[in-house]
Write a protein that binds this ligand. Structure first.
Ligand code: ADP
Ligand code: MG
Length: 568
């Protein structure tokens, strides 16, 4: 097709555009960061494809980004010589949202502008943010390797539809022209554009160039010359020295690699030398993504080899239970033509994964054990957002099981609310004289756990019980038998042995009671023969007349309910 076609945006895009324009207006300058971020991604993709096909560079190997403005036409242009887009690419990438978590995102929208603005931030804003300041956007592009005649022009007013048509485009890559809305002329200035670029995009590793402004004696004002200058530092941020990077630059780099809009919670940046040489810059986000529970979700690590981008979502570099970690790993040892299959088997990758896992756990320990309120708050946020995922590590990563166990937090009978704040260490430090076990109860809600009849005897004796109510808890506990040499015991299982928590008088009384009720117990056993495996006199209750308990070696009632619900 060569003639101009008008196509409708996917319904979600229309909705996103409306929302974006209204709720992100106070943050409008981020459009430039988003477009530069895309140009940088496009350069990464070209470099990667060119590893096996050098012809894609078309004798123009110096990748760069160019920003221009035209005061008279009231336009801003952002151009790159990256991978570019074909007509089909443009229709797909600039007309639909392909992101995972899209459905969850739209189902969470409330209509409340402030809340929705925060949600968009979490979802990621991207290309469409340019419509905040532009009432028309023209994208001209040609994919590397396609003939000049297969360029595409995409244009839209950001309402319901867009047009696409074929154009001739000699130079590879993408040129985006923003036709500014009335009242947005502040962006038609070198000074303004430069300061926005320095603020948000300094970390971009390729040069961002603009025409230089010079003083004209003749006109007595600043005029744009033909000479170019590079606005940013134009070197890979992770390869710089830590001392030369400001917290703001770290935060902006995070937003670029994660496509997140919010600040990261914390990060770690190291150069590792020795058996395997690599640089890692890893971040923990401050909120869970919409697709945290998506089975097909890959990790958030970008793999580079000697500064060359190799792939997004290199899931082999991070264990599954740390899939929320974002960032960059740059290896000096891996071959440039490494594939996902090779990554799976590579020993270097295994070393990197183990090293990175330790780093991430260390970063979490620092927050968890920190004395400052800021660290405590951050760990609480981390736990709320990602605690359930971290628990998967107990089953998945036997090498680090003990470190992970120390990072776990639970609700407890010690507190009056469902906040998960109690660690095993804290529990152990409060254990009663003579107590040698860690007691817990599992249930499918906090209310059910807190009101469990199994807790009665513990309340009476003042013994703390951890209240475990997350879906993963039962599964996790099947991998965790003890902590610090103390057995983990469900208060709802088997013949509860309170050990030294019971005194001699109590023990004697129990024995007498058992004898006294022997006949009754026998009768009940017969009556319940096909329903109960065992009937016992219990001392764990103080108010309730009876309760069900699971056999020591059996699945607990809660797990049975869960499996039934899952159709097993
Ligand atoms: P994201 O960057 O999170 O994928 P965006 O909304 O920013 O989402 O961009 C959507 C898609 O449009 C990109 O994934 C990419 O495929 C395409 N795209 C945008 N800008 C460019 C560009 N300058 N060069 C090539 N492709 C681009
Ligand atoms: Mg983007």
């Amino acid at each position: 097709v060569t003639e101009k076609q008008t196509l409708g945006f996917q319904a979600e895009v229309k909705q996103l555009l409306q929302l974006m324009i209204h709720s992100l207006y106070s943050n409008k300058e981020i459009f430039l960061r988003e477009l530069i971020s895309n140009a940088s991604d496009a350069a990464d993709k070209l470099r990667f494809e060119a590893i096996n096909n050098g012809a894609l560079f078309e004798n123009d190997p110096d990748l760069k980004i160019r920003v221009d403005f035209d005061k008279d036409a009231r336009t801003i242009t952002i151009a790159d010589n990256g991978i570019g887009m074909s007509r089909d690419d443009a229709v797909e990438h600039l007309g639909t949202i392909a992101k995972s978590g899209t459905r969850e995102f739209f189902s969470k929208l409330s209509g409340d502008q402030q809340k929705d603005a925060a949600l968009i931030g979490q979802f990621g804003v991207g290309f469409y943010s340019a419509f905040i300041i532009a009432d028309r956007i023209t994208v001209e592009s040609r994919r590397a390797g396609l003939p000049a005649s297969e360029g595409v022009r995409w244009e839209s007013g950001g309402e319901g539809d867009f047009t696409v048509e074929a154009i001739d485009k000699a130079d590879r890559g993408t040129r985006i022209t923003l036709h500014l809305r009335e009242g947005e002329d502040e962006f038609l200035s070198s000074w303004k554009l430069k300061s926005v670029i320095r603020k948000y995009s300094d970390h971009i590793s390729l040069p961002i160039q603009m025409k230089k402004e010079e003083w004209s004696e003749e006109k007595k004002e600043m005029v744009v010359s033909d000479e170019l200058e590079t606005i940013n530092q134009a070197s890979a941020l992770w390869a710089r020295n830590r001392a030369d990077i400001t917290p703001e630059q770290y935060a902006e780099f995070y937003k670029h690699v994660s496509h997140d809009f919010q600040e990261p919670l914390t990060f770690t940046h190291n150069r590792v030398e020795g058996r395997s040489e690599y640089t890692q810059l890893l971040y923990i986000p401050s909120h869970a993504p919409f697709d945290l529970w998506d089975r097909n979700k890959r990790g958030g690590i970008k793999l580079y080899v000697k500064r060359v981008f190799i792939m997004d979502d290199a899931e082999q570099l991070m264990p599954v239970y740390l899939r929320f970690v974002k960032g960059v790993i740059d290896s000096s040892d891996l071959p440039l033509n490494v594939s996902r299959e090779i990554l799976q088997e590579s020993r270097d990758v295994k070393v990197i994964r183990e090293g990175s896992t330790k780093r991430v756990l260390g970063m979490l320990e620092e927050l968890a054990n920190g004395d400052e309120q800021d660290q405590k708050d951050k760990y609480a946020t981390f736990w709320k957002e990602f605690g359930q995922v971290l628990k998967e590590g107990i089953g998945e990563d036997s090498n680090n099981k003990e470190r992970i166990a120390k990072l776990l937090r639970f609700a407890s009978t010690q507190n009056d609310n469902d906040a998960q704040t109690v660690s095993f260490e804290e529990y152990v430090s409060r254990m009663k004289e003579g107590q040698d076990k860690i007691y817990y109860v599992t249930a499918d809600s906090y209310a059910a756990a807190k009101n469990s009849p199994h807790l009665e005897i513990f309340r009476k004796k003042g013994v703390e019980v951890l209240l475990l109510t997350d879906r993963v808890d039962e599964w996790m506990l099947s991998f965790l038998q003890d902590f610090d040499g103390k057995e983990l015991v469900s208060v709802a299982k088997g013949d509860l042995d309170l050990g030294k928590l019971e005194d001699e008088a109590e023990k004697k009384q129990h024995e007498e009671t058992e004898v006294q009720y022997k006949d009754l117990v026998e009768k009940m056993k017969t009556a319940l023969a096909d329903k109960a495996k065992e009937v016992r006199v219990t001392f764990r209750l103080t108010d309730s007349p009876a309760c069900l308990v699971a056999d020591e070696n059996e699945l607990s009632g809660n797990l049975v309910r869960m499996l039934k619900a899952a159709g097993q």
